[in-house]
Design a binder for this molecule. Structure first.
Ligand code: GDP
Ligand code: IMO
Ligand code: MG
Length: 423
């Protein structure tokens, strides 16, 4: 068997959580491969809304095994809060959530370092989620990290050494902080974590594949936030792209099957950094209001703009996307005209490929299409799609060279339409 991968093609918040939940019945296992509680994955069904941060989005459909892979960074305090809330709402996890021993722990001092580094950057700050993501991955790569498996082996010594090193850095930055509350909650989280199955997820996933079981890998963030290929330095600190599923779970590249690339019918970004198609006008405000574009976890207002096909084409290439999924189509229901960026103008020259640097001087070149002016939220099948909506889909498919297999027309699990069902 192969693993299928679902990941974001833009700057995150494309709707990954919703679609993982919708697709879960087709799989035996769902596994997160990178990121941490910087993610906020929203699911809605039966009038309930859930936001997941570290726990995979396959947790609500039957008793499927969900895995937190080695590529994930885990904050025990936030994990405890998330897991306890799920248990309280009638979704017990302990037996079916497995956590890689090789996943790195986000320490309380990592969160403080995140804030200190952001403060030191001043106007150039990244606008991180403040969850300690960058400092934790930094320690992983510099071989100073503390892993989930360390909880059961010489933990006090490993934690103490890492904390002491972080406190030295904070002192050198003259950064004032109080660790007491954070550390207390974190230690409670460590105790709580011990009830879960710690696994070698690379063995587990490969054994599932050998046994003919199907696995869906869930990405966090999006391709434009990838540490290598995103809009550096305004990115997150992990590989959000498809290759991240190989390193973040221990899956060989030739085991990758379908790659589901997910995007909004427009585009959003939260935090600082370049965004060529960003709108600062009434249209952008309408996208924000109609799309409820506020961070799932932080509540921060998301910046909104038209779809960027230059960036999307790049994302499709980097990830080897085999199937596209378009989200939040309904948000554009009332628009007279839909614009799509098909090229960038830089220094008067038009280019249609994603350049080294989009930090300055990029002017989007737009194609315009008529809006569909129809309420999409009640649609049940693609037969009901208005002509203009189909024209938008066809235009995007031609530009991106990949078929759009799923269209989402509202936040609820049920508001999801699969296309080309004859396949
Ligand atoms: P993720 O991080 O990729 O899982 O996405 P988020 O959960 O952060 O953000 C997506 C938001 O859009 C959530 O509030 C979803 O409930 C909502 N959403 C998902 N699909 C649709 C859709 O098709 N239409 C509308 N209006 N909202 C959607
Ligand atoms: P999901 O999985 C949107 C952004 C932050 C910031 C940058 C670095 O819900 O799509 P970090 O805390 O990771 O060091 O912040 O990345 N960011 C996200 N934006 N969705 C996310 O996750 C994000 N996770 C991080 O806003 O610009
Ligand atoms: Mg999100």
């Amino acid at each position: 068997m192969k693993v299928d991968v679902l990941l974001g093609l833009q700057w995150g918040d494309e709707g990954k959580g919703k679609v993982v939940d919708v697709l879960t019945p087709k799989y035996d296992v769902v596994a997160r491969f990178q990121g941490g509680p910087n993610a906020g994955h929203t699911l809605e069904f039966e009038g309930q809304k859930y936001v997941l941060r570290s726990i995979p989005s396959g947790i609500f459909q039957g008793d499927k095994v969900n895995i937190i892979g080695n590529g994930v960074v885990l904050d025990p305090a936030l994990f405890k809060a998330e897991a306890e809330a799920l248990e309280a709402s009638g979704h017990p996890l302990k037996e079916r959530l497995h956590i890689s021993r090789k996943a790195h722990l986000i320490l309380p001092t990592h969160r403080i370092l995140d804030a200190a580094y952001e403060a030191a950057k001043g106007d150039a700050k990244v606008g991180t989620t403040g969850k300690g993501i960058g400092p934790t991955y930094t320690d992983k790569v510099s071989r100073n990290g503390v892993r989930v498996g360390d909880i059961l082996h010489n933990f006090d010594q490993k934690y103490g050494a890492a904390k002491a090193r972080h406190e030295q850095i904070l002192k050198s930055l003259n950064y004032e902080y109080d660790l007491t509350e954070l550390e207390k909650a974190w230690m409670e989280g460590i105790e709580y974590l011990k009830q879960f199955h710690f696994v070698d997820s690379e063995h587990e996933v490969n054994n599932y594949l050998k046994d003919g079981k199907s696995v869906l890998c869930e990405g966090a963030q999006g391709t434009m936030l990838d540490i290598d290929f995103g809009s550096y330095p305004f990115v997150t600190s992990s590989n959000t792209v498809c290759a991240g599923a190989c390193t973040g779970l221990g899956v060989a590249p030739n085991r990758i099957g379908e790659v589901f690339g997910i995007f909004k019918a427009y585009c959003t970004r939260v935090g600082a950094g370049p965004f060529p198609t960003e709108l600062f006008d009434e249209t952008g405000d309408n996208m924000c209001t109609l799309g409820h574009e506020f961070g799932s976890v932080t509540g921060r207002k998301r910046r909104c703009g038209w779809i960027d096909l230059v960036a999307l084409k790049y994302s499709v290439m980097i990830n080897g996307v085999t199937k596209l999924i378009m989200m939040k189509s309904d948000v554009l229901d009332t628009f007279d005209t839909i614009k799509a960026c098909v090229a960038y103008k830089i220094d008067g020259e038009e280019i249609d490929y994603f350049p080294y640097d989009i930090n300055e001087g990029v002017e989007p070149v737009y194609a315009e299409l008529p809006g569909w002016k129809t309420d999409m939220t009640k649609m049940q099948s693609e037969d009901e799609f208005p002509e203009e909506f189909n024209a938008y889909l066809t235009f995007l498919e031609e530009q991106l060279g990949v078929e759009i297999k799923i269209v989402s027309v509202g936040p609820d699990r049920a508001q999801t339409i699969e296309r080309y069902t004859e396949e």
